[in-house]
Design a protein around this ligand. Sequence first.
Ligand code: PLP
Length: 405
Amino acid sequence: MREIRKSEKLNGVSYDVRGPVLDAAMKLEAEGEKILKLNVGNPGAFAFNAPDSVLHAVSDNIIRSQGYSDSKGQIDGREAIAAYAKEKGIEGVRVEDVYTGNGVSELIMTCMQALLNPGDEILIPAPDYPLWTGAAKLAGGTPVHYICDESSDWMPDMADMRSKVTAKTKAIVIINPNNPTGAIYGVDILQQIVDLAREHDLIIFSDEIYDRLLMDGLTHTSIASLAPDLFVVTMNGLSKSHMIAGFRIGWMCLSGNKAIAQDYIAGLNLLSSMRLCSNVPAQSVITAALNDRKETVAYCQPGGRLYEQRKAVVEGVKAIDGMSMVTPRAAFYSFPKLDAKRFNITDDEKFALDFLREKHVLIVNGRGFNWPTPDHFRIVYLPQAELLTEAMLRLKEFLADYRQA
Ligand code: PLP
C-alpha cells in the first residue's frame, strides 16, 4: 500500500516544546516513574483554579451557548474586550475590530495564514513562544529572529532588529510580557520598536497574553497605545490570567491605521468565518473574567503562589555553580543560563534528556524557543514551591559532575 505522508507544507515546521524530550518523559511515566514537570504553562495542571465568578459565568450561560455565535464572537464579550483595550490606552478599538479565538493560538495561525506569501519575512523574537515561528513557516513565510539581549534584562536588541529589516519584511512580532524570559518591556524600548515599524511601514503583532501577571509593582504598556498611526494587532486571552487554558478563549484587537489594511482585514474575516466561531461557552466568561482580576493580582504579590514559586526558582539557581538567571518579572517562566563551556554542553536537547533520565525532571531546552546557542532552558514555575525547590536541588546534584561527551 502507498505510504501516507504529511503535507510538504509541514517541512521545516517545528514545535520542540512538544518534541523528543516530552516523548521520553511520557515513556518513563508509562514505565511507572514519577516525573517532575517544569515544562508546560498549563495552570490547571498545577491545582490553580479559575475564579468562582468565571466558573459561574459558564454555568449561568450554558443554555444560551449552544449555537454558533457571530464568527468574531458574541457582542457582550467583544464589548468587554474593546473596553479593556481602551483601559490599556489603545484608542479606536470598536466591537467590529475584536475577534475571539480558540485561544490566542488559533488567532496567531489565522493572522499568519492571512498575511504571508512565500518569501515574505516576519521579525520574531529569539527566544520566542515557538508557535509564532511555526505558524509563520506553515503560512509560507520566512521567520527572521531578532535577539533579545540577556545582558539588558532580555529586552529586544534594537540594533539586531533593525539590521534584520529588509524590503521583504512585513511585520514585527513582540511577546510582551515574554514567554520564556518573563521580561516586561518598558515604554522606551516599545517606542523604539514603533519608530522602526513606522520607518519601514511594518505591521506590529503584540502578544500580550501575560499582561495581567505582573510582579514587583511593574505595569504593562500595550505597544498599540504608542502607535495610533500604525496598523497593530494586539492579542490577549484568559488561559493564563484566569487559569482556564482548557476553555480555549483568546482574542485580538485591530487598532490604528485600519484603512491601509482593508484587504488584510477581509482575509482575516474570511478565515474567521471559515472556522465558524470560537468556543461559545468560553466566550460567555469574558465579561466576568475581565471584571474579576483580584485573584490574578494576588498570585503575583508577596505571599501569592506565583510570587513565592518564582522565589524558589531564583534561590535554587543562585545556589548552583555554573548557572545564572535574569529574574523574571511577569508570567510564570524563567530562562536560566548554563555555563556551556564549564559543562561542555554542545547539544541542549541532550542536556534536557540526560537530566530527565537521571533526575526525572522535565524541562524544555532553549532550542525549543528558537534560541540559537545550547546554553539555556526554560523552567515553568507553576508547580508548588516545595516541588520547585526539590527540582532545583536535583539540578544542582546533576550538574555537580555533568560534562557532555
Ligand atoms: N502566546 C504566548 C506567549 C503563550 O505563552 C501561549 C501559551 O503558552 C499562547 C500565546 C497560547 O495561548 P492560548 O492559545 O491558550 O490562548
